[in-house]
Design a protein around this ligand. Structure first.
Ligand code: GAP
Length: 513
């Protein structure tokens, strides 16, 4: 646990030191759970967004994009259920006066059981060596089974109690598990109460005429209210999808863990409109497709798992999370939700407009069912960034800090380094820069010894360094150094563009899906 915390601290300080993420309004002591993306962060974020967009929109003939407004008519949120049901169950500790999400306290308790299982696995791996069969151990070890069953029973009870709005039972569960306030250590809790997460604002010139609005808490509703507009103008046939990326806002009470849970964040969502009755097969399809997208980035199969929901949101008949192993444990990264016809029907009712599709094959109209995939861009950023940040022991006994970002996502693809600041080497390096920058984000660096410049590029996540030396003057060749292996290759300047393109192309990475 201490190691995990250290790792997380390193992630935070590295993100700041290397120009990835800054606290918002830092000179005014910051604004809690609001962050700014700096010069490298904005590039990484853009590349993740593009990686998603290409996989979802460009590579699927039947999925199109949308960019709907953040402000929407207030009736949208009444119809969607957010006004009445977009709540978090909150509980206060009477001694520390600190407010918590009751479900998060319980989930953290279960996460500790998961950590105990991992400890058992580690111990057994050491004990049995090569003969260790992890799957068999997990299925048969008494202690592991006990932890698993206990965790599952707790989550099931919590899910059922929240579903029934039985907040007294949620409090009873916290008391039975003897969960203490992490700050005061006391178990002196208030009752659990619901708290709406939407931010309110006003539209209009005067106080009397102003209209109460909400900042959207999800991008999905912009897709639902445009469903027929897109279907008709694009002559879309079911099944088809509409995708969008954009800001969402939630007044999160437990706002911690850096950019994992923010008050202003960005979502990448896709609503897939389908024939009623086919939702099960499409649910399985999108679970698999989205997991493959994650796998294509090569961040380790063991770092992902599915979590099927016991507690379903007000709109869903099935839901699963793709969880990722963040530095603070496995947590939700993406949701796949079978949303039925809840949203379109609710918008029909509240707007008085028909939102139906005429199916020529079936010769009838119906309200489509919807399969949703929804991932937080900032959360994906944290997954990629934290997984890539590594301390490596080198053969010569030294260590290096390296940010092994997947090359396709790296903000800067190559750093161009003249070995010395004289003898015509900077001029050649600048010429290479000017040539490559038509196709890639590249940087020029001539300060310090070349070894230090390599380390700087490693820590920055730059996959290639290109060094111009005195031999270059004779043979028009340069040294290309690969960040992850530190291998160096002598190549012709004229080949550089193809070598880099090959390694950073979206096609190369997405083709792994
Ligand atoms: N339209 C469905 C929806 O919004 P959600 O599970 O509430 O579902 C989807 O959110 C994804 O959005 C989550 O899996 C997470 O990646 C991201 N997300 C949600 N709340 C967030 C927050 N406060 N900060 C950062 N990301 C968040």
């Amino acid at each position: 646990m201490a190691k995990q915390l250290d790792k997380f601290k390193n992630v935070l300080s590295h993100a700041k030191e290397y120009g990835y993420v800054f606290q918002s309004s830092e000179i005014y002591e910051g604004l809690s759970a609001v962050y700014d993306y700096a010069q490298n962060g904005v590039e990484l974020k853009k590349n993740i967004r593009e990686y998603w967009w290409k996989a979802m929109v460009q590579m699927n003939e039947n999925i199109v994009g949308l960019d709907s407004a953040i402000f929407m008519h207030p009736k949208v949120w009444k119809a969607s259920g957010h006004v009445d049901a977009f709540n978090d169950p909150l509980i206060d500790n009477k001694d520390s006066k600190k407010r918590y999400r009751a479900d998060v306290l319980i989930e953290d308790y279960v996460a500790k059981l998961d950590a105990k299982i991992e400890k058992e696995v580690k111990k057994a791996t050491k004990r049995f060596g090569d003969a260790f069969d992890k799957a068999e151990f997990l299925a048969t070890n008494g202690r592991v089974i006990g932890y698993k069953e206990k965790g599952a029973a707790i989550l099931k009870r919590m899910g059922q109690s929240l579903e029934k709005e039985d907040l007294a039972d949620v409090k009873a569960l916290i008391e039975e598990l003897e969960i203490a306030c992490p700050l005061s250590g006391s178990k002196n809790w208030t009752d659990v109460k619901q708290f709406n997460l939407m931010f309110g604002t006003k539209l209009g010139a005067s106080a009397e005429s102003a209209m109460d609005l909400y900042l959207r808490p999800e991008t999905a509703q912009g897709i639902f209210v445009n469903f027929l507009n897109v279907q008709k103008s694009g002559r879309m046939k079911i099944p088809f999808g509409i995708a969008q990326t954009g800001k969402a806002f939630r007044n999160e009470i437990v706002a911690r863990q850096f950019i994992f849970r923010m008050r202003e964040f960005e979502q990448m969502e896709m609503q897939f409109f389908i024939k009623p009755g086919t939702q099960k097969e499409w649910y399985e399809h999108w679970k698999e497709a989205r997991m493959k997208w994650h796998m294509s980035l090569g961040m380790g199969e063991d770092n992902y798992r599915f979590h099927d929901h016991d507690k379903l949101a007000h709109y869903a008949d099935a839901a699963a999370d793709i969880e990722f192993r963040f530095p603070f444990g496995f947590k939700e990264l993406e949701g796949i939700h079978s949303r039925t016809d809840f949203d379109l029907k609710a918008h029909e009712e509240h707007s008085g407009k028909k939102l139906q599709y005429f199916d020529h094959e079936e010769n009838k109209s119906y309200v489509p069912y919807v399969l949703e995939t929804s991932i937080g861009l900032d959360r994906m950023f944290l997954a990629v960034f934290s997984n890539s940040l590594q301390e490596e022991e080198l053969e010569n006994g030294t260590t290096r800090t390296v940010l092994k970002l997947p090359a396709v996502l790296a903000p800067t693809k190559a750093a161009i380094l003249p070995l010395v600041k004289k003898d015509g080497l900077p001029e050649i390096a600048r010429k290479i820069l000017e040539d490559l920058q038509w196709d890639f984000n590249v940087a020029y660096d001539e300060k310090d010894a070349v070894g230090r410049r390599y380390r700087r590029a490693d820590a920055n996540g730059t996959p290639f360094c290109i060094t111009v030396d005195h031999d270059t003057l004779e043979d028009n060749m340069v040294t290309i150094r690969h960040r992850d292996t530190m291998e160096q290759q002598r190549v012709k300047i004229s080949e550089l563009k193809d070598i880099i393109a090959q390694e950073v192309s979206f096609k190369k990475w997405l083709a792994k899906m």
